[in-house]
Design a protein around this ligand. Structure first.
Ligand code: FAD
Length: 289
């Protein structure tokens, strides 16, 4: 199918994006890499009257190392993030996740910000920013604001962005030497959307594990933390971690529902397998910290 007719505006600056968004309200949609929006329009699930192409807006580009955060521009393409040495050094969790996002052709066009704004529950990056407690920088008619990843995602394909707002960049706290990180997912083939996935980070100090964040994806309406399982790990001496107890706590946190390919029960088992792998990996990384 083909999309319905639309106007196309190639914005040259952030001001221009915000002006068109203010004038056209919910008739307008921002176009980043187009890897999700264009198929949606082709299937006529979306029919915006105007597309605002943000690919030429310099304010949305670039990866910058700041004092204690790594700032990733919303318009950074997946391939740039995948290949950036700054990401590998300061945000290894994101570097681990990137090769799992789709295939090279899609990573050449798709963007970091587009993936977050699209808020697909099976996408890797929402879970990563949740696990890293990142902050999302937004601008719009009522001025700039910064919001925690915890508050950004509202549901399947739903975020807290207003119609006149744009995601500008994401501030990811730089990894510290005491941090341990783990990323893994179960997918039918490499590059397919995951059936279940886990992005996680914790801190190990004097052999004790703290600040545990387990963020699961492809198991619910939105990427989700697992507070009971996190609590079962919190403050525990590495060698005393009880993988069985932590894995069974997952069932108290999340009841995955069936999707087109995978039953909720199978997803729960995958989550427990991933959690066990995370615990083993934390123990190994912590022993060398
Ligand atoms: C075959 C295929 C397989 C894929 N597999 C995966 C996968 O395994 N994992 C995965 O995570 N993704 C996957 N994707 C999705 C891909 O990562 C997309 O690039 C991503 O979801 C959307 O990014 P985009 O830049 O293309 O955004 P677009 O398609 O341009 O936009 C998506 C939505 O976000 C909004 N938007 C974009 N940028 C901004 C911004 N800065 N501010 C406000 N709103 C904005 C748009 O208006 C639109 O509503 C796949 C896509 C395809 C086609």
């Amino acid at each position: 199918m083909k999309p319905t007719a639309f106007e196309y505006v190639r914005a040259g600056s952030l001001d221009e994006v915000l002006t068109v968004l203010e004038e056209r309200g919910d008739e307008a949609k921002v176009l980043a890499g187009g890897q999700s929006l264009i198929p949606t329009m082709n299937m006529r699930f979306a029919a915006p009257e105007v597309l605002i192409d943000i690919s030429g807006v310099t304010e949305l580009r670039g990866i910058e190392v700041r004092d204690d955060v790594l700032r990733i521009g919303a318009m950074c393409r997946h391939v740039e993030v995948l290949n950036a040495p700054e990401v590998a050094e300061h945000a290894p969790l994101i570097a681990m996740a990137m090769p799992n996002i789709a295939h090279a052709a899609i990573r050449n066009r798709g963007t970091f910000g587009g993936s977050l704004c699209h808020a697909d529950p099976a996408a890797e990056l929402p879970a990563c920013v949740l696990a890293l407690d990142a902050r999302l920088n937004i601008d719009g008619k009522s001025g700039p604001r910064s919001i925690s990843a915890r508050d950004f995602f509202l549901g399947t394909y739903m975020t807290c962005l207003a119609d006149d707002e744009v995601l500008i960049s994401v501030d990811v706290p730089k990894v510290m030497s005491e941090n341990v990180t783990f990323f893994d997912e179960v997918a039918r083939r490499r590059g397919d959307y995951a059936m279940a996935g886990l992005a996680s980070q914790a801190t190990v100090r004097s052999g004790f594990i703290t600040d545990v964040r387990l963020a699961f994806f492809a198991v619910g309406e939105v990427a989700v933390r697992a507070p009971h399982a996190e609590q079962a790990l919190q403050g525990i001496l590495l060698q005393d971690m009880d993988a069985d107890a932590i894995c069974s706590a997952i069932a108290d946190d999340i009841s995955p529902f069936d999707d087109l390919t995978t039953s909720g029960a199978a997803k729960l088992t995958m989550m427990q397998v991933l959690t066990r792998r995370a615990v083993e990996s934390f123990a190994k990384q912590g022993a060398h910290a």
